[in-house]
Write a protein that binds this ligand. Sequence first.
Ligand code: HEM
Length: 345
Amino acid sequence: MGEVTGHANVRAAARDTENYSSDLQGDRDVRTYRQIPLEVDPPRHHLYRTALSPLFVKPKIEKMIPQFEAIGEELITAFSKNGGGDVVSELALPMVARCLGVIYNRPQDVSEWLSWGADVWITTPEGRSGKHLDAYLQTVFDEAENSAADDAWTFLSNLEISGARLARTEMYGIANVLLAGGRDTVVKLMTGMIWHLANAPADREFLRKNPQQLSSAIHEVLRYLSPLPRMERVPAEVKALPESDRDPKDYVHLSFVSGNFDESVFAEPDVINIHRERNPHLAFGFGPHTCIGNHVAEVETAALVTNFLRQIIDWEVLPESEISFDTIGKFKYPGRFHSLVVKCN
Ligand code: HEM
């Protein structure tokens, strides 16, 4: 598969939806419908995106911050009492799942979401599976049809676009990305923050004294981790073919991570420097599909890390932690934190 690399090229391609179309269906091993609005081009993309904006509008999310902080405080108090533990499964994943429970007003579903693990596509001995997610979506949208609840699924069930209610596959496609998009990415960001601050005591002290700088630090760690490193696009000549004749091997990747390690934009890109003056990173993508949950990711992470810095003065990462590294050009960066085992000192 071809790849668009480099900060300027990736930005240009992300804007050029004619030649780099999102009109495709990804995760072909686990689903049969499109994630919406991710896999739709303008102008229809814009209609979906506008319709979904009430779920993520900034003032609404800001009002939820005290709840996110209370969840963070509760999780970290227990973690600290135990003298530490695995950040991925004991802090980041429950934090993300419970915050999504608040945002979508579905606290009753948190334990089900947690049972899936960090990824909505459950790993089975045969590989990834979409069976649990599909069964869940069918149940919640059957219920939503006759429900007056004030939750995200009822909202989608009543949503109209250009005067028409959504088809079931559209509801599934939207709910799918609402559940998938903000899980393993945010888990990686939260875990990566705690990993970095364990390795960088000076940054830890700086952020304790200057909590208003936490946002810049989160964005720098986002740049370095690139939790969603690349996304598929359909070149114009492939898009011209009937969908059944397209070969996904002819799609191209937009490499957001290559933009984040572009030396012409970021000096010493393999160094996490929370004091960078400019940080036009591409971790949330660029152009019309720029992440709709970028603010959510930041405030959830800030709620967890602020509490961590407040309650846990010193901590170390134990060698039994399992981190796999990826490379981008000559640089190496953490691809996945399978576990991050921390001892509170
Ligand atoms: C650190 C956390 C996150 C990262 C790194 C991330 C990354 C991204 C990227 C790179 C894209 C653009 C994909 C493309 O151009 O093809 C995107 C889109 C999207 N993200 Fe996120 N994301 C994060 C968190 C979230 C959260 C918390 C949510 C929701 C709760 C979310 C929901 C979405 C949705 C719905 C889209 C599609 C937007 C569109 O097509 O217009 N993401 N994300």
